[in-house]
Write a protein that binds this ligand. Structure first.
Ligand code: ZN
Length: 373
């Protein structure tokens, strides 16, 4: 029967019948999906699953891998599997809940999952994987830019690896500039990749037509539970805390469905009056020996999560590269009275933690202290 014929036939039915038929169709689809996953499980046992399956089905390799993972997990989650077999879980719900539930929480999730939106479940999955300080440092350590000249093409090929927030900031500036490169009237827009290339050259060389400077507009999502995210990438609490003291990003508080609950203009987090006083006093980066006067950020000597306050005596300015190396994210702390000449010293983060005492028990302090405790 063609689609058109089916539609014609269905037009003869009552609204109630149609509603029931739709529910039945959804349930059947889900039961067939369970059947597919059971088959995938056995094929997997026989080592007969590979990426060619994705090509044959016209789905992505990732989807096939996810199906294999879900099929494997279902055996250890009998209650969730039973609810799924009943057709009560969508594919999105099932994939997420098999990553959330374990033997102990199987029954609980079997009850809860059918009433949770897939986005809510996915968020819960992500909330399980808050990046640690070590992970955040690893991302930072991997930063790189490379380029090589191709003799035959007479052109440079290259790329970059940048950590979460810095990468987002760079791309945001390039995209903002590319957006400003409107074509002359009647001309077609150049492809985005071409405009991004022009934006990169302009940003680095300072050449090009006069344009208002593009500012990085990095939106940080802070869900009610779970890690903050930049472009969907979870970031360490400690990294966010450092950045919150500065106006270089916008913070959006979102609920479980990703809907905006509030926008926090970061400038209001520390009173402008205090911020200005600190900037005026410090003039340049307070890292010993550093004289940078641009790109300065506000730094809490004792981080907020370790009990520090927004009191001017707890605030200094430092340049962005040095900010990364300071607590709570980095391995160093600035210690001393910031407004007394020469009284600020660089000490290992451990030393500051030792001074604060164990009762502070800051989040991530275990990582900051290292395995020696
Ligand atoms: Zn510096």
């Amino acid at each position: 029967m063609s689609f058109g014929d089916q539609v014609d036939e269905l037009r003869t039915h009552s609204l109630e019948w149609l509603r029931d038929a739709r529910v039945e169709a959804v349930r059947e689809q889900r039961r067939w999906r369970m059947r597919e996953l059971a088959i995938v499980r056995v094929l997997d046992e026989r080592d007969a699953i590979d990426d060619s399956l994705a090509a044959a089905d016209g789905v992505s390799v990732r989807e096939v891998r996810a199906a294999v993972e879900t099929a494997r997990a279902r055996e250890s989650l009998p209650r969730v599997a039973a609810v799924a077999a009943d057709g009560a879980l969508s594919d999105g719900q099932l994939t997420a809940v098999t990553r959330l539930a374990d033997v102990d929480s199987d029954a609980e999730w079997a009850e809860r999952a059918p009433h949770c939106a897939p986005a809510e479940l996915q968020r819960a999955v992500r909330a399980r994987t808050v990046p640690t300080v070590d992970e955040s440092r690893r991302r930072h350590a991997a930063r790189a830019v490379w380029g090589r000249f191709d003799e035959r093409e007479g052109a440079w090929h290259g790329g970059f690896v940048l950590p979460d927030l810095e990468g987002s900031a760079v791309m945001a500036v390039l995209e903002a500039r590319a957006e400003q490169m409107r074509p002359a009237k009647g001309d077609a827009w150049a492809p985005l990749r071409v405009r991004l290339a022009d934006a990169l050259v302009e940003s680095v060389t300072g050449h090009g037509p006069e344009r208002p400077p593009a500012r990085a507009h990095v939106l940080v999502h802070v869900p009610v539970t779970g890690p903050a995210e930049v472009h969907g990438v979870p970031i360490a609490h400690e990294r966010l805390e450092q950045l919150l003291a500065n106006a270089s990003l916008e913070v959006e508080v979102v609920d479980g469905d990703g809907a905006t609950v509030a926008m926090l203009p970061t400038t209001t987090l520390i009173p402008t009056r205090v911020m200005r006083a600190v900037r005026t006093h410090d003039v340049h980066c307070r890292w010993p020996g550093c004289t940078r006067t641009t790109g300065l950020e506000i730094h809490h000597l004792v981080p907020r999560s370790w009990g520090g306050t927004d009191d001017p005596n707890n605030l200094v300015v430092v340049c962005a590269p040095h900010h990364r190396q300071l607590v709570p994210h980095g391995r160093w702390a600035l210690n001393g009275a910031p407004r007394r000449v020469g009284a600020l010293r660089l000490v290992p983060a451990d030393a500051l933690l030792g001074r604060l005492g164990p009762d502070r028990s800051p989040r991530g302090a275990a990582q900051a202290r290292g395995p020696s405790g």
